[in-house]
Design a protein around this ligand. Sequence first.
Ligand code: GUN
Ligand code: ZN
Length: 467
Amino acid sequence: MSSAPDARRPGGSLAIRGRLLSFDVDPATGAGPTYVEDGLLVVENGLIAAMGEASALLAGLPAGMEVVDHRPHLVLPGLVDTHLHLPQTQVIASYGAELMEWLQKYTFPEESRYGDPAVCEAAARFLLDELAANGTTTAAVYCTSHPESVAAFMEEADRRSQRMVAGKVMMDRNAPPALLDTATRGYDETRALAQRWHGRGRLELAITPRFAPTSSEAQLEAAGALAADFPDMAIQTHLSENLSEIAFVAELFPWAGDYLAVYERYGLVRRRALFGHCIHLTERERAALGEARASAVFCPTSNLFLGSGLFDRAGVSAAGAHVGIATDIGGGTSYSMLRTGAEGYKVLALRGQKLPAFEAFHMMTAGNAAAMGLENRIGRLAPGFEADIAVFDTGATPAMRRRLSRVETLAEELFLLMTLGDERATVATYADGRRLFERGGALRRPLAARQTEPARLSAGEGRSAQQ
Ligand code: GUN
Ligand code: ZN
């Protein structure tokens, strides 16, 4: 677990009724999810106090506790996005370039605007609104090399009581001067930001060297010094996304046997280190990631959009590394983890691999929480976990409703949700036991009135939790 001091404000208290669904055990082991058809989630001070049958829990609720009735919708842990870029909300959908050209042509010029706090604040508000509308409550976020961008993001996330992990991008070469720091400045600014934000409320700072091509050896050494100063702090960077990038790394670091060896040399490969993309890994790199219990982050919409390649989920998992899944805004093309799962399914199909719905939703919740080292705090609906919750309507659109009428199992229903769903399927999102986002349709009634009402027929009634 993170060493961040738990200086949390008391969160919200309420009860949520609906079809509760939590992926408490990795479905790859053959275990099914925890599913309660007419369930109640009791939240006290931002933590889940109880989870179970509504019929058993309703009578014992504290007097006056608000009950939000989300039946017949699915109530899941808030979704987790393990890799995205704050300054790329106006880069997303930029035409026709592969990684290195896309960075130079679109991304770096846009990121150069983030020395202006007003630009940073507007982006932070927009991004957090968009994530909430998609049911995403936690993310690993790259800000820019400007400390202002981290401050603006942290400030806004703290105001919303969201668990967020974000970092100042360290980059001291191969980018426009307006974006470059130095080895020393990258170190000092990261330390100063850690002092201000790391462990404040639900926030954590991440050590964020952008990727090997934009850091000198001195700067990677400084990143390694930060990693040694903060042994439990998350680290995020990019690895083996694109063949030209890999060739450039070989040129810049001729002593390194492979790309990962650069990060290894500076002590950056460990638990809670999140490596974005990891497409073109060698066998040795996969094994080393596994040995370190580090995390490889699959970014399917980005990998397709930039033509980067097809992630090998089976190979990386078999090596023992954690596998996260992420939007990678703005190389990625959707803020929705549902869309991301759908594209992940297709990428893996092209590799002859499968992504069953239970595994996809496990990845979006508990799996991604584990990839970020937050598995004891978020990603599950279980007592003691933080009350970050996403509520989805699997019949949100005519196309979804039509398909839903033929669905017979929970696994089929979830597969439909991820394949046809997007932000239109989000009914409500809660963080820290407080409402972050709500689409019309949630019924809020006082407890006394609600208890006397007959249960509405659930669209999932009688559905088994079989795959
Ligand atoms: N590699 C280094 N920076 C980036 C970035 O911003 N996006 C993606 N997709 N890859 C990167
Ligand atoms: Zn990225």
